[in-house]
Write a protein that binds this ligand. Structure first.
Ligand code: GLC
Length: 448
């Protein structure tokens, strides 16, 4: 019964796999090489919004905490006061980067400026930055960049195009109480060029001095930002450093899955599905799913809805099995501490990757996506990530795309598993009675 179900599922899934098995065409391997290998990165949303931590007037504000300025309709001068209480004396760049490394992550993307315009590095272009506006007299982005270089983690930066604080931009409207609704901003047309010059004055040091490997744009849906603006920005950044990678949100309204589908008809190097893993990947392009561990990106004191470690590991596998990267977020608090719930989950993911990393890093979309798990592929090895252990200990697979030579558990490399193949390409692998790993047990299958 179980085996019949597998045949049907495998057939359906093999058909589906045609959609995402083709390798990305958009950018050449040279620039994208490290990023395609990496598969797993750390997103960090950190800014003055960590001070209110999702509360206003003593009450929880609905939604993601880094949006509090618009969700609670806070005027600029009032919002600025949070900066006086932003003094993250417990921030330790080495500790954060080591945590990312222990989690098995290969790169880190931190908010250099979110929608509130607050700049997390020492920017000569503004006083609305961590050095001038807060009691903290350190530059966390420089410290992180240096700590990353020491530990072989790629340092990358997020940057919001929309800016709720910059004088060039106005609130969308005032609410009934006469307070600002900031999203999406309106721009004073005569100040748009000055604002683009301001962005460049902020971005240039990120590329030159902070050595960012990726510029990860956001806030591109604000109506005054055009596709032509995005293309010009993309070209200008590549002229500063031709190896720089730039996400698709540099172009207009490219958030998530759309865009980037045809060569020449895109701006940006990779797609950025948010809080989701597209069912068939993004055909023919590079992509990265970004996701929170709880609900909010920024630190939110009332958000306790944590995903389980098993869910997070399976999300990483699911993403890799469809040819994408997984960018997993943490929201440090106003003291500079990453929440313990995040630390625990990252450490557990690192433990899993220590044993099973071979099935994630440098892999491509797998040939099959069965109901009991997922698959990834590297050369002549197919990795079967088993989520639901077969009750009878027999794993029946078809559609691996070659003749099976041998199979082994990554957790027990020295012990080959019995394999029987029939002429129709159906392979039966005899597994131990119990799953080795409650999150996912990986069977590596060598093809001839
Ligand atoms: C969104 C949100 C934002 C978050 C981002 C992460 O566009 O506006 O707060 O930074 O997505 O992908």
């Amino acid at each position: 019964m179980w085996q019949h179900a597998v045949v049907v599922i495998v057939a359906v899934v093999c058909f589906a796999s045609f959609c995402y098995a083709d390798a990305p065409k958009v950018a050449d391997d040279g620039r994208m090489g490290w990023w395609r290998e990496a598969r797993f990165g750390l997103f960090i949303h950190w800014g003055v919004y960590a001070v209110p931590a999702g509360r206003y007037d003593g009450k929880e504000v609905r939604g993601i905490s880094e949006w509090i300025m618009t969700r609670a309709n806070i005027p600029r001068d009032e919002y600025e006061k949070y900066a006086k209480d932003f003094n993250p004396t417990e921030f330790d760049a080495d500790e954060w980067v080591q945590l990312a490394k222990d989690a098995g992550m290969k790169y880190l993307v931190i908010t250099s400026k979110h929608h509130d315009g607050f700049t997390m590095f020492d920017s000569p272009a503004t006083e609305w930055d961590i050095i001038d506006a807060t009691p903290f007299d350190r530059d966390p982005l420089m410290e992180l960049s240096e700590a990353c270089a020491k530990r072989g983690i790629r340092f990358c930066t997020y940057y919001s195009i929309m800016d709720w604080h910059h004088r060039s931009q106005l609130p969308n409207k005032l609410n009934k109480a006469g307070r600002p609704v900031w999203n999406p901003t309106k721009i004073k047309p005569e100040e748009k060029q000055a604002y683009i010059a301001y962005m460049k004055a902020q971005l240039e040091p990120l590329v030159r001095d902070y050595k960012t490997h990726v510029l990860w744009f956001d806030g591109e849906w604000t109506p005054w930002w055009t596709e032509a603006d995005g293309k010009a920005m993309y070209e200008w950044l590549r002229s500063l450093n031709d190896d720089l990678l730039i996400n698709n949100r540099v172009g207009r309204g490219r958030k998530g899955m759309e865009g980037l589908t045809k060569e020449g008809d895109h701006v940006g190097d990779f797609g950025t599905p948010e809080q989701q893993i597209p069912k068939t990947g993004l055909p023919g392009v590079d992509w990265e799913s970004c996701m929170t561990m709880n609900k909010s990106w920024g630190y939110k004191v009332d958000d306790h809805q944590w995903k389980s470690t098993t869910q997070l590991i399976r999300n990483l596998i699911d993403t890799a099995s469809k040819g994408g990267n997984y960018l997993l977020n943490v929201g440090p608090d106003a003291k500079g501490r990453i929440p313990q719930a995040s630390v625990d989950r990252l450490r557990a993911m690192g433990e899993w990757l220590k044993v099973n990393g071979e099935a994630i890093y440098g892999t491509q979309a797998g040939p099959i996506q069965p109901e009991w798990g997922r698959s990834t592929r590297k050369g002549k090895t197919v990795y079967l990530h088993v989520f639901d252990w077969p009750g009878d200990g027999e794993l029946v697979v078809a559609g691996l795309g070659g003749v099976t030579k041998s199979a082994r558990l990554l957790a027990k490399p020295g012990q080959p598993l019995p394999v029987v193949s029939d002429e129709a390409g159906m392979v039966t692998i005899t597994l131990p009675k119990e799953a080795h790993d409650p999150h996912a047990t990986v069977v590596a299958v060598e093809l001839e």
